[in-house]
Design a protein around this ligand. Sequence first.
Ligand code: PEP
Ligand code: MG
Length: 754
Amino acid sequence: MLETLRHIVQEVNAAAGLEEALQIIVRRVRAAMNTQVCSVYLRDPSSGRYVFRATQGLNPEQVGLASLAASDGLVGLVAERGEPVNLEDAESHPRFRYLPGIGEEHFHAFLGVPIIHQRGVLGVLVVQQAESRRFDESDEAFLVTLSAQLAGVIAHAQVTGVLVTQALTGTAPAKITGVPGAPGVAIGTVVVVSPGADLYAVQPREAADKRKEVRAFREALQSVQKDIKMVARNLGGELSPEDHALFDVYVSILDDSTIGAEVVGLIKAGQWAQGALSQVMIEHIRHFERMEHSYLKERAVDVRDLGTRVLAYLQAANQEPRVYPDQTILVGEELTATSLGEIPREKLVGLISVRGSGNSHVAILARAMGVPTVMGAVDLPYAKLQDREVIIDGYNGTVHINPLPEIKQRFQRVLDEDNALSRDLESLRDVPCVTLDGQRMPLWVNTGLMVDVTRSLGQGAEGVGLYRTEVPFLLRDRFPSEEEQRQIYREQLEAFAPKPVTMRTLDIGGDKALPYFPIEEENPFLGWRGIRVTLDHPEIFLAQVRAMLKANEDLGNLRIMLPMVCNTSEVDEALDLIHRSHRELAQDGLTGALPPIGVMIEVPAAVYQARALARRVDFISVGSNDLTQYLLAVDRNNSRVAHLYHSLHPAVLQALAYVATASQAEGVPISICGELAGDPGGAVLLLAMGYNSLSMNATSLLKVKKALLNLRRSEARSLLKEVMGLDCAQEVNARLERFLTEHGMAKFIHSPVA
Ligand code: PEP
Ligand code: MG
């Protein structure tokens, strides 16, 4: 059974669209369960009715026409209960409703299971049989398992199916939901970030010059054959004769007499080379994927690889220098810091990443740059959106494709209001952040890219609470040398001097992989990250610390901070190395005192050891992004669980309050540099807990200042007391929103526009 299940799911996954997927399901399930009928009913979101969408065994002419209300019939009953309904004689059930024309009157036995995706019923999968028979438990279990596995595929195919049609007609509007990445609204034109050659993203097009297209294809083919031969030659002695034979097979797959001839045939019939190649290769891939034999099935991967290589050559030959429209919305499967660096800042108005969530590092960078962003838009057929006009709502995590004029107008209004608010806030730039009852709260910024520096100074930042040193490391193709690092750090320190700049030692691992130092692990967030890596590589740590200390000469505004600390011994070892570097540099003539050294509290272990850690250092800074991830056991990058990631969760608030009390007991200043600090409501609670400074992305700074200027610390304290008695993040959030509204800051709350 397991094999059958696996095959059906694989085949459905490889389907070209929703209709094909449904056809495969009804055909394969009917055969696997040895029954007479298998049908799929899908819920139509606009009418709420369950539409008869595919069948084997009933009247196919009624497909797409017949439908049932949600409260009607056995299909409605399955959907309503969200559970299987298994009946020996369907007609005798009180909920049975005769649906004319589909021809089910001959079938008595009925088994229906719901198709559920993200808690919502998408449809119902039904099998039927003429003779009265009760489907047994294993039938039911099989159908339930299959339906659970297919739900995601169907949901995706439903959304992308609609979108593909729209892409072709170019008119109907569509809304895709992801997760908020960086606040704000943007209206602009899509530029797809080099998606890499993708056979499935090529659009059919007529060949402008058939001969030229054939020539381009043959050249690409020869280049790939040459590459493969070269790889085989380079591997030389390491390959067995059988392996060599495999390379020969690869070369011959691309031979002019086989796949190559088919592609040329299509080009001659009028298709451009990329379209012809993709059509032929996809057909062959599908053919191999459908094979029962696992060895042959695996060949689909080889064919896909070869096709992609040829396509890459064809695309490289066609490449023109990229021109960015004035209002560019950059879209990619997984955007990185590097992709942000490629586009002129003044042209970039928004970002959409198919993968990742609001706490991924690219989202953090986007917030620092003030670029509205949507993350985790998994249903977005991004490769097909080039040049399309879209709206992104970074407050609520939605993308609107082909927006209707009235929707566009509504978003334009939000955009205008946001701009007006930013202009208003600008007047607060040089106003010190002091509450109505005189409590001072220094507001610092988090930086990484050089653009952050100018933005931060423009927002009146009083210092840097977190300089993510891994960002310059990520933008290179090797470790920067000590001297290169010294120059980069010097630039940061000089830009802010005499204001303090807190430099975090290299924090790689987790989702921050350096391309030239890959860390491959099953569970990277629980693996080799942050201080664990740098203590294992003292040469990297020492070079970085020396570069920081040298950069600090004559300035004296450096602070050093250690990430991902879980044990006091890690702090002791790091302190030893920092002291040693400082001593050695002093012996070589470097002047300047040892800078303040601090520890980040990012894991639950560090929360409970906050006092022991505080005793060893000069300051404590809470990294609430990771702390939330580890306390709630929610991967900060996983869009599927993004709705469970809440820095306002009562457990996180308890931890934040605990750390504040622990630091105060040791007389050590406490700060926070996670994204919570940039949330006006969160900042009010942190003020009440006794945090001494807040470090945030530059975009949030003036909003937070506005919130704190408008209240008394005593009010914040009574709010905190009330909030600490609440049971869930949603209640906390609602209470904070009420508080902000009562204090004239309703503008900071953003409900969905459309
Ligand atoms: C944090 O974890 O809160 C933090 C500030 O560090 P990063 O987001 O870079 O992991
Ligand atoms: Mg962190």
